[in-house]
Ligand binder design. Structure first.
Ligand code: C2E
Ligand code: CA
Ligand code: CA
Length: 576
């Protein structure tokens, strides 16, 4: 296990990692030099062939040397295009320099030698100049958007702390380097009361004050560890601790954060005394990767919250993952799958003129007493138990059946969006399974959209991208679900060959509370459109939100305001 000794050095590395997350990938300068070389070679031959008087033997036929000028001059234009596309500003100015350096020679050659080839050359040069200017200024516009999005992608807009995505990337960086560290999940106690009694503005002030205190504490180094503080969402924070020797050091550091929080906080002239619960887990002892480590820390947090009492800090132990509740859900899930009891609910999706365009299919599971178990509880259990593919297919089958019925009398052009878990998607027989299901039901692949969360890009390898292409090759569309929650880096968005972007509810919730959140959603929509994606907003609950979404050019709406998820029979009524 590696450890680096110097505290300020480690702090610097945290900042570098954050910067690294928000920077775009650079292409090696070696290619720049190679393209330049190719340009000069092509240019040299262009000049030589323009002046050349003789003939070259091509397949037994004499061809005038001057006929080759076009080939070489096109090749130099191609080099110029590549420079601008790959090296943006540097490439553009290099290209301008090269073109203008060449221009006097072309003009001279035309006037002095009255060469017809030079006239074509002049024309090609002007067109190239125009084309590279268009490419450059268009790229610059997209680049500016991307830069803004990358910055927003790693920062929590309310507190300015790193966000959930930054936490994941930072952890992955540490894991790659094989550094020992501890992830602490933090949840404020009774924060909801403050929001409910004093309003959201006071709640926001509280979250900012806590963020400032913890950031200062982390920067002071007084905890004895090197700490990274982030806000994961609402009243959840995370700490990543490094540079400790034993468990006691971790507990001491957490207690320092606890003490800092529990000092009196004054908001709107009222005194508050906040407390929080802390659950933690360690890499590599408790979990081999960032995703599992998050679940472990959350499980410890969940347990310490459930227990109540005075104990506020708990370390993860493997038994926590399999609680009684968890096991009961797993049992119920197996019985429901065996007896075809997984239900499909459909939530309508509309265009901006309130015309129905389709439904999202959502899984529903009831316990033995008929009470609904939340998908937030049973979907993770299904994932861990390796049952998620069966759930996805059960839901999709019923949705496909519904579609075949409503499309029986005339084409309604409604689409079904279906959630596909990443684990399911990566199974070897995924495509075959989906194809068989569709073929056997008399529905068209074109009527389906597969919703895949952007987390697929985290472990993204060629296989994931290939799978998405295969879905598209079947004729289905692909939607990026929960966009903005985890892996919202625009540098990956352009690689994700999707048709539709679903903006997560958490962004719609805050969109109308401050200008920067509204701009964030507006930027996502613009970028989506630039990348040829349609955009749907989910979790829309108020008419004000619809108004804003109309204003900023959103394409589709899904949310309680126009329709909650409903049983299939009710959904049928919507289509008549
Ligand atoms: P999701 O894919 O993001 O689905 C949207 C969730 O937001 C649904 O919750 C829906 O009921 C809820 N929602 C939609 N509009 C509103 C609104 O205006 N206000 C509020 N408060 N909520 C709204 P649901 O049905 O509880 O599903 C939760 C998650 O469970 C889904 O999130 C999805 O990730 C997962 N899930 C559900 N069914 C399936 C399935 O068949 N397969 C897989 N793999 N995952 C599923
Ligand atoms: Ca979804
Ligand atoms: Ca979603």
């Amino acid at each position: 296990m590696k450890e680096d000794k110097n505290i300020s050095g480690r702090r610097k590395k945290i900042n570098e990692t954050l910067k690294g997350i928000s920077a775009s990938k650079k292409i090696s300068k070696v290619y720049y030099v190679l393209i330049l070389l190719l340009y000069f070679v092509a240019n040299f031959f262009t000049i030589q062939t323009t002046r050349g008087e003789g003939f070259v033997n091509v397949f037994g036929n004499p061809v005038p040397i001057q006929n080759f000028t076009g080939i070489y001059s096109s090749l130099s234009s191609v080099c110029v295009f590549f420079l601008v596309i790959l090296f943006r500003r540097l490439g553009f100015f290099t290209s301008l320099f090269l073109i203008f350096a060449n221009l006097p020679m072309q003009i001279m050659s035309f006037f002095v030698r009255q060469s017809y080839n030079s006239l074509t050359g002049l024309f090609t040069t002007s067109v190239t100049l125009l084309a590279i200017s268009i490419i450059f200024f268009n790229n610059r516009r997209i680049g500016k958007y991307q830069e803004k999005m990358r910055e927003i992608a790693v920062t929590d807009t309310l507190t300015g702390l790193p966000n959930r995505y930054a936490v994941t990337v930072y952890m992955e960086d540490l894991i790659k380097k094989n550094y020992k560290f501890t992830l602490v999940s933090v949840n404020l106690s009774n924060f909801k009361n403050i929001n409910d009694t004093l309003g959201h503005k006071a709640g926001d002030e509280m979250l900012i004050e806590i963020a400032n205190r913890w950031r200062n504490l982390a920067d002071s180094g007084k905890t004895g560890t090197v700490d990274f503080v982030a806000r994961l969402g609402s009243d959840e924070y995370a700490l990543i601790l490094r540079g400790y020797v034993e468990n006691e050091d971790i507990v001491k550091a957490i207690e320092a954060y606890e003490a800092e929080l529990e000092r009196k906080i004054m908001i709107h002239n009222c005194d508050f005394f906040m407390t929080a619960r802390f659950g933690y887990a360690e890499f590599p002892k408790d979990a081999p990767d960032a995703g599992v480590l998050l679940s472990c820390a959350d499980a410890a947090l969940h347990e310490v919250k459930k227990n109540g009492g005075t104990n506020k800090v708990l370390r993860f132990t493997p038994e926590l993952l399999k609680t009684e509740h968890y096991l009961a859900i797993e049992r119920r899930l197996r019985v429901a799958l065996d007896n075809d009891q997984i239900m499909t609910y459909l939530q309508p999706q509309y265009d901006m003129s309130h015309k129905l365009v389709g439904f999202e299919a959502l899984a529903r599971l009831q316990d033995e007493d008929g009470k609904f178990i939340s998908p937030a509880d049973f979907i993770p259990v299904a994932e861990n138990a390796g049952l998620i593919d069966k759930v996805d297919i059960a839901v999709l089958r019923k949705a496909a059946n519904f579609l075949s019925e409503i499309n029986k009398d005339g084409e309604k052009n409604l689409r079904i969006s279906s959630n596909i878990s990443v684990r399911h998607l990566m199974k070897n027989d995924f495509i075959e399974e989906i194809k068989n299901l569709i073929d056997g039901m008399g529905v068209k692949a074109e009527d389906f959209k597969m919703e895949i969360t952007e987390s697929i890009m985290i472990d993204s390898d060629e296989k994931a991208l290939q799978r998405i292409e295969e879905i598209k090759a079947l004729g289905m569309q692909v939607a990026i679900d929960d966009f903005g929650t985890g892996y919202s880096s625009l540098s990956y968005l352009h690689k994700f060959p999707a048709n539709l972007l679903k903006i997560d509810k958490s962004f719609i919730d805050v969109m109308n509370t401050n200008e920067s959140s509204k701009q964030y959603v507006a930027t996502i929509i613009s970028i989506g459109h630039i990348l040829n994606l349609e955009v749907i907003s989910e979790g829309v609950e108020t008419s004000d939100q619809i108004k804003t979404l109309e204003e900023i050019g959103c394409d589709y709406i899904q949310g309680y305001i126009w329709g909650k998820p409903m049983p299939i029979e009710e959904a049928k009524d919507l289509t008549v």
